[in-house]
Design a protein around this ligand. Structure first.
Ligand code: GLN
Length: 213
């Protein structure tokens, strides 16, 4: 398994450290050439979504990334990454990747609660530590989108087929379960199909079948 980590801006090193702890192979994506390398999953880190979106455009990477995710490449997007995936950003005409049928609100916890820590469920995982830093929330989700975490009555993590997005930063705590959940999306495929060659030509349809367990 090889995970690509988008490394244009933000907290990518922390994700790499978690992947090291889990014994996963990874490489950094800083260019269109890097993006074209074979990978089994991709992480979009936290940071500043406006900067990341601009760099993706400036480096000519946005369309390729969008196509890969649209074709089913498993993606774990944290915080700013979640904003990049959103089909709609509240009070903003900007759409970056727009691959996830959700509306997000940036900096949704306001100045008072700019940064805070909470504990809550993430899907079936109980008592996950969640680090929020000027975090967004989901204000609307499409019918096929599964909410995974709710904090203060706000949806802060969700999954849409191959796309997992969290408003919090799982890479900033010692708890590796959110990453393991993400890795299980493509590990499961290998277990069931057992062929990397097949994996790389997998269609979105196959992914959909794969991850509806
Ligand atoms: N507030 C940032 C944004 O809008 C996201 C913050 C984060 O990634 N920690 O892009």
């Amino acid at each position: 398994m090889v995970v690509g980590v988008l490394a244009l801006q933000g907290a990518f090193v922390e994700h790499e450290a978690v992947l090291d702890r889990l014994g996963e192979e990874w490489f950094e994506i800083r260019s269109l050439d890097d993006l074209k390398r074979g990978m089994d999953g991709i992480i979009l880190p936290g940071g500043e979504s406006t900067v990341q979106g601009k760099l993706l455009r400036d480096f000519g990477m946005l369309d390729e990334l969008k196509a890969k995710i649209g074709a089913g490449l498993p993606v774990l997007a944290t915080c700013a990454g979640m904003i990049l995936l959103a089909e709609k950003i509240e009070d903003d005409e900007t759409v970056h990747l727009g691959t996830m049928p959700v509306t997000v609100r940036r900096n949704a916890f306001g100045r008072q609660l700019g940064s805070f820590n909470a504990r809550g469920d993430f899907g079936d995982l109980k008592d996950v530590e969640m680090e929020f830093i000027r975090a967004p929330i989901f204000t609307d989700i499409g019918g096929d989108v599964e909410p995974l975490s709710i904090i203060n009555q706000k949806i802060v993590a969700a999954r849409y087929n191959n796309q997992v997005a969290t408003a919090f930063h799982p890479e900033l705590t010692d708890d590796t379960r959110v990453h393991q959940y993400f890795l299980s999306i493509f590990h499961r495929f290998f277990t069931e199909r057992g062929s990397k060659g097949l994996f790389q030509t997998i269609s979105l349809f196959s992914y959909r079948k794969l991850i509806k367990y």
